[in-house]
Ligand binder design. Sequence first.
Ligand code: HEM
Length: 478
Amino acid sequence: MSSLGLVVLIPTTILFLILFHSFRRYAKKKDHNIPPGDMGWPLVGETFSFMKPHLSTTVGGFMEQHTTRFGKIFLSNLFGAPTVISAEPELNRFLFKNDTRLFEPGWPRSFADIVGRSSISFLVGDAHKHMRSIILDFLSAERIRTFFLQDMDYLASILLGSWTEGSVISSLDEATKFSFYIMVKNILSIGPEDPQIEWLRGEFNTFTKGLISFPLKIPGMAYWRGLQSRRNLLELLNQEITKRTKEGDNTNERTKKDDFLGWVIKNTDYSLEKIGDLMLHTLFAAHDTTSRAISLMIYFLDSSPEIIAHLREEHVGVLNSRRQNEESNLTFEDYKSMEFTQCVINETLRLGNIVSHIQRKVSADVHYKGYLILKGYNIAAHLSAVHLDPSLFEDPHHFNPWRWLCSSGVKKTNDFMPFGGGARHCPGSEIARLEMAVFLHHLILKHDWVVAEPDHPICVPYVDFAKGLPIKVRAFIL
Ligand code: HEM
């Protein structure tokens, strides 16, 4: 065939294939019931209105308007892809149940570039199962009861013990230090007294800000700065891995031998890159979420003297029984006995909505309640829409820990999904709850406080307090 023939034939074939594929998708859509919705503007779709900051204790204007117009399952166009948004608990549970079979990770590009493509959020199949088992082994019940609890009790006592009467402190900053120190100690054996710790916290903060940013490599922009911090953090990790591999297994101290990095080096044959991504992702998943949860708890308690009185009664009881048993430190049994505290934690997670939604890519056509959700679409399981649904939680915008109490203890409901579900259910949920309880134990027993300036939790889409939730420490109690 002449070269002129090829020049005509190739584009014609490509055009034919594109048209054929589009026609098949159109025919499929016409025959089936695609969820109703609005695709918004070309390319950007409805991304900006979906992402518009709003109070994390509300679903925001976008969700309110769209669910009123289209119902609890609707179609939109987010980040350049058709996206089915679900405010329906059953569809969210369907997603969790069929996660690995019908869905695959669907995170935005900035998240993938900065947290790393070999981190657990991007792995599927056996690779995901393997990494998850490594994380779960490390977060075993035994470790939580011993090392984690011991560190939390010690750090909370030091941090909160340093607050002086009359001082104004940023509760977000204190909660961030608390959860960061705990995780860095258990992941890398770097303690709060280590000279590197504040550098590390600064780098990590920049890294986190880049995760949900527009992926433009322009110097000074959040994405660019996030990539730089990723490089700096990986360099530190690589130096540490090389040092430890040379040292061998000779260290006897609890540190290093028992930390997460040591565990992964010993129990896997992961490449340097994979270990780096695993460490950075775990640190991010563990620390940024829990610090926000603690700040939210302080925020909600501010307006509730009755709840504080109940909590104080419970925690003074725990302290007294510890004294009777001549226990100097908080035990796991103490934690388990804090029933009302568990209700406060649940209510904080329900109303505060640290993770507002979870996104996936649809990897096979899904038929659900008469709807067709096409392969290649994205799907967003909206967790806050479920947590704030008045048909599921009475008076949903009211912070009411008593809603969780029932005759058999703390109520369980599968409409409560702050830690996701299924194959990707958060492996750190128990640690997060324990951290919240230990922080609260020290806060309630040591201090009386008041929020110093109005500051509200904003979903941006992670939860943030513009002023860091400043609180004034009023009195030293015990
Ligand atoms: C209040 C605190 C926390 C909240 C609200 C939270 C929430 C979540 C949610 C919703 C997911 C599911 C994400 C998805 O399906 O794509 C998740 C996954 C994950 N979380 Fe948490 N988390 C918290 C604390 C922690 C802690 C303390 C750790 C570690 C010590 C941790 C480690 C992880 C990991 C490794 C995953 C990925 C699991 C997988 O893909 O198999 N999280 N978390």
